[in-house]
Design a protein around this ligand. Structure first.
Ligand code: MIG
Length: 751
């Protein structure tokens, strides 16, 4: 929708009706429903006259919210609907909308709903100093003011740091007006385009190519409260298995079996901690899902169980395209059932991906998702621990738009539609099938699924990585704002390919990347070396394992991963927190310090949980950096030096040092280095206690069996450590909750 000129606004309201359920405003052009879902959440939904748009969402789940009390006032030519927290004012004369929070912040001012052809959009005035975050998977700056962005899941291998859009679409924004936060979500799966004028200007616009204007506005005050609402509305990740928090090693591809075994042996011989080894597409027979290459992997159960004995889990890849091949059972059953993506004329769509010509399962059909989920039985039975779903934008070779034809047809669980409507949720519905299948097959186990494509709410089914980045310094740098915005969008279990996927990392780049990568929520090295990725000889490509760069670098890389394993008890505790609150693992400073305006645009530092601050080195040849410490006292994690915050400091960062700081007043549960997560079972927890100026500190530790759902039945242990007293006479108390036994605990007080 290019400009106001070519569009038709909702316009004057000719009639309005108000019921218990909702308020409905009708104009000559369309209908607008306003529904308060909670005292601080309102939904606005507009459809064009004559448009028959099903009211259903892939993102939104039942919330259990109580319907709030709503007041209705007619004042002049306006109708005002209000709860204690939020008011929506509709001008009957113009159809324009104003949404205010209780503290009179203008969330949407002079907002106009308008249609253009099949498209729908919202144009409004935005305060000049509002910051915008979230918006899903994006390169570019942390603050999205002054940017244009699209939502259309896109496979772009070796993407440059300016690439937009990427693989995932999460049309949610977290907005900050000084310390006050609100959020909005434009729930529409068609292609969307958003544009926010730079700071200092006021134009804001979002459009979708078709469908309804379906807008949820969350006005909760603090950013953490908004994220709580947002993740109630679209769901949270469930607690991952502990091993999935360990380090993961991946390459396109490790094969044959002897290579995989050698990689595993190297990790253990060199004492470099690692929990997971990946098998990329080449483990399959002719890229056929749920098969194994007979020569490369002659005895998969033996391999997987030997790896397991060494403390490694195996994760394998599955792509959506199912090879067309007579006699191949996956293909035969899919063809027979018929739940496939179809051409406009009703014939099955066939397009090439890695296996050659493929059918594409119609994951928008519940029966298809169930069929897909059942195939995982064989892999689970032989011991495979996790699953990686790739190419699920979906990517189609040699095709216009590198995907399915726009008029391809999907069944849509009873609301059929075309590819324009279902493109952005194809990947989400694929991992939904995967995860629901795994849950049906192993109901008491936690599962790990990794996806490349997604829509809002996909964290309910899978973790995500940021696709095919590059082995260069700019790609390292943007990984920070990318992951921060990803986490603010609800996808907290995320990470990029450490070291970069395309190209070759220098030793220094890899070392610096692994240093910060050790604190990414999802910590995996991955790189492309396969002949198909343009390397004629897989053995001639420089390798990207922690030991690939010589002894000195190996020592640095080992230390990076050792830090992750030391901090695992803390990381796990932070992960458990997301499942209850929606606060991401990796947090921008403003999320913890919304009152401090200096934190608003910091995008090269971050917090892990609330107590650890990391300011990584993101440039070649740099051995110190400036960083901002929020107000309060901080400890240099390495030297224990106590530093006054609320100012910039310079940290020295020789090549083997990651600048890291602990918040005074915190207590961080750690452990001694282990080589993989299972090894930690009976090792003591070591509390690192960092007293504040009054010699107080508090921290929590969450423990459970790390594998099953027993914790949901009370089989967990939450410990709260409290420090009081004085330096000479410290007093610590440990309080426990839950029925799990837990590990022994030791306490170390810094300073
Ligand atoms: O067309 O499976 O993003 O991680 O190694 C490329 C091979 C297909 C793209 C994924 C990448 C993976 C690669 N895949």
């Amino acid at each position: 929708m290019p400009s106001r000129k070519n569009t038709t606004p909702l316009g004057p309201i000719r009639k309005f009706t108000i019921t218990e359920e909702k308020a409905t405003f009708r104009s000559r052009q369309g209908t607008l429903d306003v529904v308060f879902l909670k005292d601080d959440v309102v939904r606005l939904r507009a459809v064009k006259k004559g448009q028959n748009e099903p009211d259903r969402s892939f993102a939104v789940i039942p919330t259990g919210w109580d319907k709030p009390e709503t007041r209705i006032t007619v004042r002049g030519d306006s109708v005002i609907l209000a709860t204690s927290n939020l008011s929506v004012r509709i001008s009957l004369k113009t159809g324009r909308i104003r949404i205010l929070s209780a503290d009179r912040t203008d969330l949407f001012r002079n907002a106009e709903i308008a249609w253009s052809g099949a498209g729908v959009g919202l144009i409004w005035k935005m305060p000049k100093d509002r910051h915008i975050y979230g918006t899903g998977e994006r390169t570019g700056p942390l603050d999205k003011r002054g940017t244009r962005m699209a939502y259309w899941n896109t496979d772009r291998s070796g993407y440059p740091v300016e690439q937009d859009p990427l693989y995932q679409s999460i049309p949610f924004a977290l907005c900050m007006d000084g310390p006050r936060a609100h959020g909005f979500f434009f729930d529409n799966t068609f292609r969307q385009d958003w544009e926010f004028s730079p700071l200092g200007k006021t134009k804001a616009k979002m459009t979708a190519d078709d469908g309804a204007l379906d807008l949820y506005v969350m006005a909760s005050g603090t950013p953490s409260a908004v994220l709580e609402r947002w993740t109630e509305l679209t769901g949270r990740m469930s607690l991952p298995p502990l091993w999935a928090l360990g380090y993961q090693q991946c390459k396109w591809s490790y094969y044959p079996e002897s290579v995989v075994r050698d990689i595993a042996d190297q990790f253990r011989q060199r004492s470099i901690p690692c929990d997971v080894i990946y098998l990329d597409i080449d483990y399959m027979d002719a890229y056929k899902d749920f098969t194994w290459h007979p020569e490369r992997f002659p005895d998969p159960p033996k391999l997987v169980s030997d790896l397991r004995d060494q403390g490694f889990r195996t994760v394998v890849m599955l792509d959506p395209g199912v090879k067309v091949e007579e006699g191949y059972d996956v293909y035969e059953t899919l063809k027979q059932a018929g739940f496939v993506v179809r051409n406009a004329d009703g014939t099955p769509f066939i397009g090439p991906v890695w296996p050659g010509d493929c059918l594409f399962p119609d994951f928008t059909d519940a029966a298809c998702r169930e069929w897909w989920g059942k195939w995982y039985k064989g892999l689970l039975d032989l011991g495979v621990a996790g699953f990686w779903n790739d190419m699920n934008e979906p990517a189609v070779f040699d095709a216009p738009g590198h995907s399915l034809p726009l008029d391809a047809v999907f069944s849509g669980d009873g609301y059929p539609g075309d590819h324009r409507r279902f493109h952005n949720i194809y990947g989400m519905q694929m991992v939904r099938g995967t995860t629901e299948g795994l849950r049906a097959l192993r109901p008491d186990q936690r599962h790990f699924v990794l996806t490349r494509a997604a829509y809002a709410g996909t964290q309910r089914y899978a973790a995500a990585w940021t696709g095919d980045n590059c082995s260069d310094w700019p790609s390292l740098r943007i990984s920070i704002p990318m992951l921060l915005n990803f986490g603010l969008s609800g996808q907290a279990f995320c990470g990029p390919d450490i070291g970069g996927f395309a190209g070759t990392a220098t030793p220094e780049l890899f070392a610096r990347w692994l240093q910060v990568g050790a604190l990414y929520p999802f910590c995996r090295t991955h790189y492309a070396a396969a002949p198909q990725s343009g390397h004629p000889d897989i053995n001639a490509v420089p390798t990207q394992e922690p030991w690939s760069y010589g002894d000195e670098w190996e020592e640095i890389n080992r230390a990076s991963l050792e830090l992750r394993y030391k901090l695992l008890p803390y990381l796990y505790t932070v992960f458990e927190e997301i499942t209850r609150t929606g606060m991401p693992v990796m947090r921008p400073l403003f999320l913890q310090y919304p009152d401090d305006p200096k934190t608003a645009c910091i995008e090269d530092e971050f917090l892990i949980g609330s107590d650890l601050l990391c300011a990584p080195i993101l440039d070649e040849g740099r051995y110190s950096r400036e960083l901002y410490l929020p107000k309060g006292l901080w400890y240099d994690y390495w030297s224990g030096e106590c530093l006054e915050g609320g100012r910039k400091i310079t940290a020295s960062a020789p090549i083997d040092v990651l600048p890291l700081f602990a918040r005074a007043g915190s207590a961080i549960p750690t452990q001694d280095v282990v080589q993989h997560t299972r090894e930690a079972v009976n090792k003591p927890i070591v509390w690192q206690v960092w007293p504040d100026s009054g010699f107080k500190a508090i921290g929590t530790l969450y423990e459970d069996d790390g594998e099953t759902l027993a914790y949901t039945r009370g089989d967990f242990k939450r410990t709260t450590l409290t420090l009081s007293g004085t330096k000479e006479n410290p007093e610590t108390s440990l309080q426990h909750e839950g029925g799990y036994t837990g590990r022994p605990q030791e306490i170390v007080i810094a300073a």
